[in-house]
Design a protein around this ligand. Structure first.
Ligand code: E4P
Length: 216
């Protein structure tokens, strides 16, 4: 499974990039707004650090508007991916962009049918929102499992990004569910390499190390 960072924050990205763990980035209008900076600047700075796919979302609600934004965003960097909402207009934009060879990430996927439609329209990536489904009492990870089964069954090349990831258990379950990618908030990432028993183990080793006779 590949790891994307779900953030627009440069410091978070630089910290995790140093560990060789970042395969790509996803942003959305809310994450960009949090940074209080110009959209284009944020995306261009991210694409200068990360060579994998960097998703930047359109905000128009009609297909022509989405295409206009997409064509501009696509010029910002070669590894930019156009994030499009899962609507009828979004499907049209996805189809037309795929015909032009521009990669898309169809976002706000909450059902197998939506995922299938987006894949069929030519999406490079689909983003099922696991946490937001859990929030309404639906097993979000089951959607990821089902989508993987369906894509494999029909040999579709679209990649699943497990999105709206809220905790460590989500990341582990996404790997087991066959998500191609998990997109993880920067604040959550450190919990992936931490374990209390690791900290206790280090402390114990260092204490015992003090008892080892030192060279004269
Ligand atoms: C995915 O691409 C979205 O940016 C993100 O995962 C949404 O997560 P949230 O439900 O925590 O806002």
């Amino acid at each position: 499974m590949k790891f994307f960072l779900d953030t627009g924050n440069l410091d978070e990205i630089k910290r995790i990039v140093k560990l060789g763990l970042v395969d790509g980035i996803t942003t959305n209008p809310s994450l960009i707004a949090k940074e209080g900076r110009v959209f284009k600047d944020v995306i261009q700075e991210i694409t200068a650090i990360v060579s994998g796919p960097v998703s930047a979302e359109v905000v128009a609600l009609d297909a022509e508007g989405m295409l206009k934004e997409a064509h501009e965003i696509a010029q910002w960097a070669p590894n930019v991916v156009i994030k499009v909402p899962m609507t009828e207009a979004g499907l049209e934009a996805t189809y037309r962009l795929s015909q032009e060879g521009i990669k898309t990430n169809v976002t706000l996927i909450f059902s197998v049918a939506q995922g299938l439609m987006a894949a069929k329209a030519g999406a490079s990536f689909i983003s099922p929102f696991v946490g937001r489904l859990d929030d309404i009492g639906v097993d979000g990870m089951q959607l990821v499992r089902d989508l993987r089964d369906v894509l494999d069954l029909y040999g579709m090349k679209t990649e699943i990004i497990a999105a709206s990831i809220r905790n460590l258990e989500h990341v582990e379950a996404a790997a087991l569910a066959g998500a191609h990618i998990a997109t993880i908030p920067g604040s959550l990432f450190p919990s992936l390499w931490k374990h209390p028993l690791t900290d206790i183990g280090i402390e114990r080793f260092l204490k015992d190390w003090e008892k080892v006779p030192k060279q004269g």
